[in-house]
Design a protein around this ligand. Structure first.
Ligand code: 4GX
Length: 246
């Protein structure tokens, strides 16, 4: 997958994309990320990229011309490119959207600053507006990193064979069960005995029950959407009856 990032702050991206899993995926050529400074596309002698809003009001608006040139350049000779603008006004990003985007061969991601971009950028050059959540960031850069990280790990070969992209929360609609590693006893708090039993059926059942318990307590909205088996319903009934506490 090719990813073009258009930003006024290119340096923000360097370390996050060089580390760990994403860094290796880039080295292996599974993802090709190109970071471009929108300022390079200003023809103005002072390389101006923003201006005051028509109608007045506080702050600055990103000008249409440099952005349009940057997008046209990134898109050149690739009609399949999909152009995204990150904004709190976009459609909420989720795992399904990550999966959908992971099937595209070329993403162009526009990061806005200040009071956002001139409306004509959105109308003329943007295919999709996405929000990573209902809060306000200082710019679209961190949102772009979040989105690209979630999309990248779904690409074939990016995760190691011992890590599965599909085996996680949201893919199966439940939160994950608790994990433990050594030591067995930490300040008197011990690992649940079943995990040491070697009884794989019992372990699977315990994990499913804990996933259901967590989801019902923390995210009842997810539980309502989940496809539950009759056994799941039984486990939930057991959880509601208590005895082993919530
Ligand atoms: N999920 N931001 C965009 C500039 C801006 C301001 C006003 C449009 C209107 C965000 C988010 C986010 C901060 C990116 C403001 N654009 N992006 N930026 N939440 O908060 O994606």
């Amino acid at each position: 997958m090719k990813v073009d990032i258009l930003t006024l702050f290119p340096n923000m991206f360097f370390s996050p994309f060089q580390e760990s899993i994403l860094g290796k995926a880039i080295q292996k050529g599974l993802i090709e990320i190109r970071i471009t400074n929108i300022r390079d596309f200003s023809l103005d002698k002072h390389q101006v990229v923003d201006d005051t809003p028509y109608g007045g009001g506080q702050g600055m608006v990103m000008k249409v011309e440099p952005i349009s040139r940057a997008i046209e350049w990134a898109r050149s000779e690739d009609s399949s490119a999909w152009t995204i603008y990150l904004t709190p006004q976009g459609r909420p990003f989720d795992q399904e959207k990550a999966r959908d985007l992971s099937s595209r061969s070329h993403l162009i991601v526009l990061c806005g600053r200040y009071e956002g971009v001139d409306e004509r950028v959105r109308e003329m050059f943007i295919d999709e507006e996405i929000s990573i959540g209902d809060y306000v960031l200082t710019g679209g850069e961190l949102a772009a990193m979040v989105m690209i990280d979630a999309v990248s790990r779904l690409l074939p070969g990016v995760l190691g064979s011992d890590q599965s992209a599909e085996d996680d929360s949201f893919t199966n609609a439940l939160l994950e069960y608790p994990q433990y590693t050594r030591p067995f006893d930490f300040m008197g708090r011990c690992v649940p005995e079943v995990l040491l039993s070697g009884n794989h059926a019992a372990i699977s059942l315990w994990r499913r029950k804990e996933a259901l318990r967590r989801t019902s307590v923390r995210r009842p909205d997810l539980l309502a959407k989940a496809k539950l088996t009759r056994k799941d319903e039984e486990l939930l009934e057991g959880i509601r009856q208590g005895g082993d506490g919530i």
